[in-house]
Design a binder for this molecule. Structure first.
Ligand code: TNX
Length: 447
């Protein structure tokens, strides 16, 4: 048991780890006339409790005429173990110092996971030992020592960094370093020239699997997270595998009538690379259609894969299928958690806005988070096509990320939009003090 005592102005403060408390983030904060006592199940729990204390000090002490902390007892623990945000340095690179600043602010709202979308059509942003060709010709990537620096900084704030490398689609950057790993199709050059056009790694090329075994091994040794995210979204199968002689041969050897069935073979091999490193895989959940009606998974996701629900309208189906199949589920439904979407009609982003749906603060807050099932937590995504730098990431993230943080931390029956809204002005003035370029949600305050 570690104990720290302090005394200032006659008030005793006491911080204490009490391993007999249940739940690793569980803390208890008591303030009464004789002192302040913060107890936590772990040092991590104390850290979470310190964030609450900081909010009370700012809202209750600094911002009120009385200038005193009120007596309070708070016994608090998260409803869900994973509360995540995702940054996309693949689309627009985000320097290490900016990632750290983003982490600083995440920690205040008790987020405990930051996913980095490290590879996509627009860039390969992580050094892979033995494969300098992947990052050649650019200085916009994280070296191994950058990655170590980000991981260490996040770990000091009890935030886990989850690496994502997106396959088999979203691989234009990979294929520009390794053109031989694409499908042999008539318009491969045309596909490769256009970001987002959907070029894919070939399912029938052994070199794809051996290169990825190296990449997965390298990510596994660099990142202490038990998870590696392998993407799996938006694979333009009909424009690649379905037209590729090698993939078609593989299909007929296996008796497949649909090229999508090759996803099972593709991820079968990729997942064994992940498992052989003692890690678990996360994938974006894809169904047999991108809109409703959708009936089943796009591929046979093994039950040890954690899935993320994301497409507008498909979350109820993803919840039903993951519960039936035993997959842990992370909630990132586009309707609530896509923080690259504008917060109001006519608001940012002004560039690269492809007609994104409006996602208001109240809409983010209203995300459905069913407890006691297979839902592991929540993830707000900051897809980077229209997010040119970290100030834009902050503007898009806040205050909606606070709404998601509360949805991940607080049991559904204890959440209240009116309570959240009443706490916003204090929270926003803190962000202002910290110099964060958040968006003022004037529409929720009325006259
Ligand atoms: C779809 S979400 C994507 C991303 C884009 C995003 C833009 C997902 C798994 N794939 O590649 O950046 O939409 O909102």
């Amino acid at each position: 048991m570690t104990e720290h005592f302090g005394e200032g102005n006659g008030v005793k403060t006491r911080l204490e780890v009490d391993p007999s408390m249940s739940g690793k983030e569980h803390y208890r904060l008591e303030v009464n006339p004789s002192g302040l006592h913060l107890t936590g199940a772990s040092e991590e729990a104390l850290f979470r409790g310190m964030q609450t204390l900081d909010q009370i000090l700012w809202g209750d002490v600094a911002a009120t005429a009385r200038g005193e902390i009120s007596p309070v007892v708070i016994d608090d623990a998260p409803a869900f173990p994973r509360r995540a945000l995702m940054l996309d340095p693949a689309r627009h690179f985000i320097p290490v110092k900016d990632v750290k600043r983003f982490i600083d602010i995440m920690a205040r709202y008790k987020f405990n996971v930051l996913q980095l979308h490290l590879t996509d059509d627009e860039g390969w942003r992580v050094e892979i030992a033995g494969h300098p060709e992947l990052t050649a010709g650019s200085d916009q990537y994280y070296s191994e020592s950058d990655i170590r620096e980000i991981i260490g900084y996040a770990a000091d704030r009890y935030i886990e960094i989850v690496p994502e490398t997106d396959i088999p689609g979203h691989t234009r950057a990979l294929l520009s370093a390794h053109p031989e790993l694409g499908c042999h199709i008539a318009d491969s050059a045309a596909l490769a020239a256009v970001p987002g056009a959907g070029v894919m790694a070939c399912a029938a090329n052994d070199s794809v699997y051996s290169l990825y075994d190296d990449i997965i091994g390298c990510l596994a040794s660099m990142f202490p997270s038990p998870y590696i995210h392998l993407g799996g979204d938006e694979a333009a199968i009909e424009r690649n595998w379905a037209l590729c002689g090698d993939c078609r041969r593989m299909m007929s050897e296996r008796g497949y009538t649909e090229a999508a069935s090759l996803m099972n073979d593709f991820f079968g091999r990729m997942l064994s690379s992940v498992r052989s490193r003692g890690k678990k895989a996360i994938l974006w959940c894809e169904l047999d259609n991108i809109y409703m009606p959708a009936e089943k998974y796009l591929m046979d996701y093994p039950s040890d894969v954690t899935l993320v629900t994301w497409r507008n309208g498909l979350t109820p189906k993803c919840m039903e299928l993951t519960a039936a199949n035993g997959n842990p589920l992370i909630m990132a439904p586009g309707e609530h958690a896509y923080l690259d979407y504008p917060q109001m009609k006519g608001d940012l982003p002004e560039h690269n806005n492809w007609g994104m749906p409006v996602t208001t603060l109240q809409r983010s807050y209203s995300i459905d988070m069913p407890a006691n099932g297979n839902v592991e937590g929540v993830m707000g995504t900051l897809w980077g096509e229209a997010i040119a730098d970290v100030d834009r990431a902050f503007y898009m993230a806040y205050p909606r990320a606070m709404a998601l943080a509360e949805a991940g931390w607080t049991l559904p029956e204890r959440r209240s939009w009116d309570s959240f809204r009443s706490r916003l002005p204090g929270a926003l003035s803190k962000l202002m003090q910290l110099g964060v370029s958040f968006r003022v949600p004037f529409e929720v305050f009325g006259d």
